[in-house]
Design a protein around this ligand. Structure first.
Ligand code: NAD
Ligand code: UDP
Length: 310
């Protein structure tokens, strides 16, 4: 197949490009390089089945493809809050442009949605039928509501125009190719520990997240995309749940060094807990994560050591 991946030069997108090329597909990677990097895809540029197109998803685009994966959108809070209006435009107009193209081509289209659609959840763990608890006017809303609106658009194009959609709700995912200055917790803690800097815990550190290694997530993407029964939304994530204090401890144990933990103010609307209910993925996709946190952290630490020249 010929497959378009928006956001293909980012952390997850570049791994997806690689996976689909390895399966023998042609891949077109569309990215404006806001948080993505050419270095993530440099090793793919000489592959005759790979093309990179520098373009913004908010501007219309045309390609002849069989499948579309829409991943374009900054994912880390400091990056998506840097230009909040642009973030909403990216989610909403990016979805409209992908869906319009899919409609014209009769192509299957995949949306990288997020556990953020559950907001600061009042139900725990979160299953797909939970509608969420999202602040519509807070600092995280540009991302949360943008992604919620994108899901709405996917379902309206599906109901109204019969577009063949797939939606995955991604829970915190980490691994090689995250940016060192990304601002997300796993990369922050690892880079701080490797540099011997203080580990910055926001708030008291009792808030929880569930961390999935990128390779498990990509496997879930491909399984959802290539079956005919389920549109989603389907949760893909690792149900292992950790407090930020526990994560800091684990990183310090693996990296060693002299970093100490400091506490900084908790950003507003920071969700207190998050854990995926992955029953649907287990039953319908025969999917579950395989890489435990400690193992994924080791691989990620090894990657950042090279990145930081250590
Ligand atoms: P990332 O920031 O590394 O990747 C996003 C990519 O999209 C980057 O390459 C960026 O340059 C590109 N991009 C941003 N705005 C664009 C625009 N207007 N036009 C074209 N390209 C644009 O983040 P990631 O972790 O790889 O996330 C990929 C997708 O998965 C995002 O949609 C994100 O919302 C979603 N997601 C990720 C996580 C996670 O934990 N990693 C969790 C939930 C959802
Ligand atoms: N966090 C932290 N220190 C950091 C970065 C993040 O304690 O240096 C916390 C943050 O407040 C949140 C959790 O880690 O509670 C996960 O943050 P991240 O930005 O990685 O993802 P999200 O909040 O979008 O799940």
């Amino acid at each position: 197949m010929r497959i378009l991946i928006t956001g293909g030069a980012g952390f997850l997108g570049s791994h997806l490009c690689e996976r689909l090329l390895n399966e023998g597909h042609e891949v077109i990677c569309l990215d404006n390089l806001f948080t993505g990097r050419k270095s993530n895809i440099a090793h793919l540029l000489s592959n005759p089945y790979f093309e990179f197109v520098r373009h913004d998803v908010i501007d219309p685009f045309k390609f002849e493809v069989d499948q579309i994966y829409n991943l374009a959108c900054p994912a880390s809070p400091p990056h998506y809050q840097y230009n909040a209006i642009k973030t909403i435009k990216t989610s909403v107009m990016g979805a409209i442009n992908c869906l319009g193209l899919a409609k014209r081509l009769n192509a299957r289209v995949f949306q990288a949605s997020t556990s953020e659609v559950y907001g600061d959840p009042l139900v725990h763990p979160q299953a797909e039928d939970y509608w969420g608890h999202v602040n519509p006017i807070g600092v995280r809303s540009c991302y949360d509501e943008g992604k919620r609106c994108a899901e709405t658009l996917f379902f309206d194009y599906h109901r109204q125009n019969g577009v063949d959609i797939r939606i995955v709700r991604i829970f915190n995912t980490y691994g090689p190719r995250m940016l060192a200055d990304d601002g997300r917790v796993v990369s922050n803690f690892i880079v701080q520990a490797l540099r011997g800097e203080d580990i910055t815990i926001y708030g008291d550190g009792t808030q929880t997240r569930s961390f999935c290694y990128y390779s498990d997530l990509i496997e879930g993407f491909v399984r959802l995309m290539n079956q005919d029964e389920l549109t989603g939304p389907v949760n893909i994530g690792n149900p292992g749940e950790f407090t930020m204090l526990e994560l800091a401890e684990e990183v310090l144990k693996l990296v060693g060094g002299a970093s100490k933990v400091v506490h900084l103010p908790l950003p507003s609307d920071d969700p207190k807990q998050r854990r995926p209910d992955i029953s649907v993925a287990r039953e319908k996709l025969d999917w579950e994560p395989k890489v435990p946190l400690q193992e994924g952290l080791k691989e990620t630490i090894a990657y950042f050591k090279v990145q930081l020249g250590l």
